[in-house]
Design a binder for this molecule. Structure first.
Ligand code: CUA
Length: 274
């Protein structure tokens, strides 16, 4: 095969891949792929994904343009003049991209990422709603502290699948008004929700795509995650960690109420426990 033909084929391939990429990006961008953004940090997190896609996309396209330019210019075999180079320019062109890429990622992490991190793991606002969520094969058990605002003591020996799934100790008075419910979580809109995540058996992961929340749950630990729902509605809780044969059906619902609906719901529930 002649060198000229080889070069032409290489250029054609590069152009083909570049075209495919543009086609994919445009096709992908034509519709909305993400679930509704239903928490305060969701749109910021989406912004981070957009930022990364755009910056790395631009670098990718630039890289290919340079590649094609070099193919055209220096791809004609030995007759083509080889580019003049020096140790200094080699060094420069090694360091420059590193600095450039580091800047891109640091801007993303510091300016877009840190505020989001703070909303998830930062200081808990005074008016936050605290809910304990216990994962077990294969369900979610939510517990509200009740009117006294304190969670009652739980004892592993008292865990009873149906009647006392969390092992609440009846000897502890603070637990008498605790509200326990399976596979559903009720939250008020525009108030931070602090979840204390526990597991009774294996690793699980609490995931609500609409809130852009995903937090691994480790048995033996109480791990907290925080978010502020800002769109009333019903969303799906999924388990994002393969935790056994029933992993696929480990689902629950989060119902985000308006503040007054939430108070009414809470009142109904606590009256029911008396
Ligand atoms: Cu729990 Cu998968």
């Amino acid at each position: 095969m002649s060198e000229k033909r080889q070069t032409t084929e290489a250029i054609a391939l590069a152009v083909l891949f570049l075209g495919l990429m543009v086609f994919t990006v445009v096709g992908f961008g034509m519709r909305t792929w993400q679930p509704p953004a239903a928490s305060k940090h969701a749109s910021e997190l989406d912004g981070m994904i957009r930022y990364l896609l755009i910056t790395t996309g631009v670098v990718f396209v630039l890289g290919h343009v340079v590649l094609v330019a070099f193919l055209v210019r220096y791809g004609r075999g030995k007759k083509a003049p080889s580019p003049a180079t020096s140790a200094r320019s080699e060094k420069l062109w090694s360091i420059l991209p590193v600095v450039f890429m580091a800047l891109i990622s640091e801007v993303g992490v510091l300016f877009i990422g840190l505020p989001v991190w703070d909303e998830i793991y930062g200081d808990v606002p005074e008016n936050a709603v605290t809910v304990e969520v216990t994962a077990r094969q294969f369900e979610w058990i939510a517990r509200y502290p009740g009117p006294d605002g304190a969670f009652g003591r739980v004892e592993p020996e008292l865990v009873d699948g149906q009647r006392n799934p969390l092992g609440l100790d009846p000897a502890d008075g603070t637990g008498a008004d605790d509200l326990v419910m399976r596979n559903q979580l009720h939250l008020p809109v525009d108030r931070a929700a602090l979840l204390l995540l526990r597991s009774h058996d294996v690793l699980h992961s609490f995931s609500v795509a609409a809130f852009r929340v995903k937090q691994d749950i480790v048995p033996g630990m109480s791990i907290s995650t925080m978010f502020t729902p800002n769109l009333p509605g019903t969303y799906e809780i999924g388990c994002a960690e393969l935790c056994g044969l029933g992993h696929y059906r480990m689902r629950g619902r989060v119902i985000v109420h308006t503040e007054s609906d939430f108070s009414a719901w809470l009142r109904d529930q606590t009256e029911g426990t008396r």
